[in-house]
Design a protein around this ligand. Structure first.
Ligand code: FAD
Length: 498
């Protein structure tokens, strides 16, 4: 029997598998598809934007260089001062100018090798993660569609036909139409679609008839991407289109003509699929021994490119908590903080995608909202607001502590050049002591199998004397220039003691 069975070897299942493997759990991943590579996962159809926060997660596990290499992105030199972001995304098709981001409003943004988001593909991300999972001893079985699950404490079982796969914990990372979610009886609540989206790779007779980038029209919205013939179309049909089959050429052409208001001719359709803006979320991410992460826990429109980033955040948050639970050294209630912390983040992303749909609708009210949004995005405050929210910079869990606690840890660098990102690579917590080596070390000594203690002056300590960072890179506690060992010890106990 395995400690954990993960259903789904998408990016979220694989990231979680790596987290659990790193912590020494025995992990089996069951994947329905026999082969890892499909046109939907490779460039251009599988192209995905990773936020700075997601890139940082790879950095913190020593996977930054392989990720950049697999994505065809150059490594970036670390600057002395925090650099402006290289991209800031868009809101409802209105681009956000990265040069306008107000760095003074991002006080915890220290120079780091992983400050920026990148463009990559699902295939690149999954290749990097599958290789790492393999090195960590994770077993991935492909061509195994899970069709049933049962729970009989202390065991959960995934079934693929007659074959059973028992485990102490089972995690559904099986995407938006999750079988695990349905079979385990998770409530999935939210809003029904307003649109049908089409994504296609086609040959166009006259590509010049379509404008580059996002174009909102009186009938909907279309998007042309850098690869010729790679198109997105949004038709506000109330989600009425029957999505059980890929759209035929004639249908695609008629929707594209109507929405774009052009006489564009589609020659050949190489690939076509549909999506909607249905926005739903599991009301809890845990039912006894069964958990959900990634699209299995939440679905929304792909507008604004958030789903993968949200799912990787789930995996980073869940991995160390589940591993501590498996090892029977988790503080009481630790695993339940997974839903408590990640559900609000998911709910926010669903609202962010709803806000974009509401802004793009082809009606007079939405047109009026678009004009207001465009004006706001032309301001520094508006730009910074969108960047903070879509880059992962504003991520914050309410730990009931003021200040830095609950925020993503700044990439503090010690005088010898070692950074928080380096120190987190083995998946332990990190106690960084910028002051006198002594009292805090005494506390950490009792937990040295869970927390790494590092003392020394930092290049920029942002006014803090010491910080305790959880394995997922979230600050559990931050002390003043002269930290109080008592409050430090309480934080250590809260997150790390049995
Ligand atoms: C057009 C488009 C563009 C997007 N752009 C972005 C972007 O730029 N940035 C971003 O952050 N997000 C983006 N997203 C969203 C992102 O792709 C998803 O959120 C992400 O892939 C979810 O990962 P996952 O691992 O949770 O699920 P998936 O990637 O869906 O993986 C689930 C895996 O589970 C397997 N599976 C399913 N059922 C079973 C079963 N019964 N048994 C065994 N295995 C099973 C599947 O085969 C699959 O391999 C986009 C989505 C679309 C459609």
């Amino acid at each position: 029997m395995h400690d954990v069975v993960i259903v789904g070897a998408g990016p979220v299942g694989l990231f979680l598998a790596c987290e659990l493997g790193l912590a020494g759990c025995s992990v089996l991943v069951l994947e329905r598809e026999p082969e890892p590579r499909t046109p939907w996962r490779s460039f251009p159809l599988g192209m995905r934007g990773l936020s700075g926060g997601s890139v940082e997660a790879f950095y913190r596990r020593g996977m930054l260089a392989p990720l950049l290499a697999a994505s065809g992105v150059d490594e970036r030199p670390v600057t002395d001062e925090p650099a402006p972001p290289r991209s800031a995304g868009h809101f409802a098709g209105t681009p956000v100018d990265p040069a306008d981001v107000d760095l003074a409003r991002l006080p915890y943004r220290l120079p780091s090798p992983a400050l920026d988001g990148i463009m990559t593909s699902l295939e690149a991300v999954e290749t990097v993660l599958a290789e790492r999972a393999d090195k960590l001893g994770v077993e991935i079985r492909r061509g195994v569609p899970v069709t049933a699950i049962t729970q009989d404490a202390p065991v959960a079982v995934a079934w693929a036909g007659e074959q059973e796969y028992p485990a102490r914990w089972l995690v559904g990372c099986d995407g938006g139409r999750s079988t695990v979610r349905r079979l385990a009886g998770f409530e999935f609540a939210g809003t029904e679609p307003q649109l049908t989206g089409y994504l296609a790779l086609v040959t166009l007779a006259e590509p010049g008839l379509l404008a580059p980038g996002f174009t909102v029209t009186p009938q909907g919205m279309y998007l042309t991407m850098s690869e010729p013939g790679h198109l997105g179309v949004m038709d506000f049909d109330g989600g009425a289109y029957d999505r059980s089959r890929p759209p035929a050429r004639e249908h695609l052409q008629s929707v594209l003509r109507r929405v774009s208001g052009t006489d564009v001719m589609i020659g050949e359709v190489h690939f076509a699929s549909t999506f909607t803006d249905r926005a739903k979320q599991a009301t809890t991410y845990r039912r006894d021994r069964i958990l959900l992460a990634g699209d299995a826990a939440h679905i929304h429109s792909p507008l604004g490119g958030q789903g993968l980033n949200l799912g990787l955040g789930d995996a980073m948050n869940l991995g160390w908590k589940l591993a501590a639970t498996v090892a029977e050294r988790a503080p009481a209630g630790l695993l339940d903080t997974y839903t408590a912390e990640r559900h609000p983040v998911g709910a926010w992303v669903l609202d962010w995608s709803r806000a974009q749909v509401a802004t793009m609708r082809p009606d007079p009210h939405s047109r009026a909202i678009r004009s207001v949004v465009r004006d706001l995005l032309a301001t520094r405050d508006g730009t910074t607001y969108v960047f903070e929210r879509t880059s992962g910079t504003s991520l914050h869990y309410d730990l009931g502590e003021p200040g830095l606690a609950g925020h993503n840890a700044p990439d503090f660098a010690l005088a010898n050049g070692t950074r928080v990102g380096d120190l987190l690579q083995d998946g332990l917590g990190v106690a960084l002591d910028f002051g006198v080596d002594g009292p805090l070390r005494e506390v950490v000594l009792r937990y040295r199998d869970r927390i790494r203690y590092v003392a020394g002056p930092a290049r920029d300590h942002l006014g803090f004397g010491a910080v305790l960072v959880r394995p997922d890179g979230i600050v559990a506690w931050a002390g003043d220039r002269v930290p109080d060992p008592g409050s430090f010890e309480r934080a250590v106990r809260r997150w790390f003691s049995t």
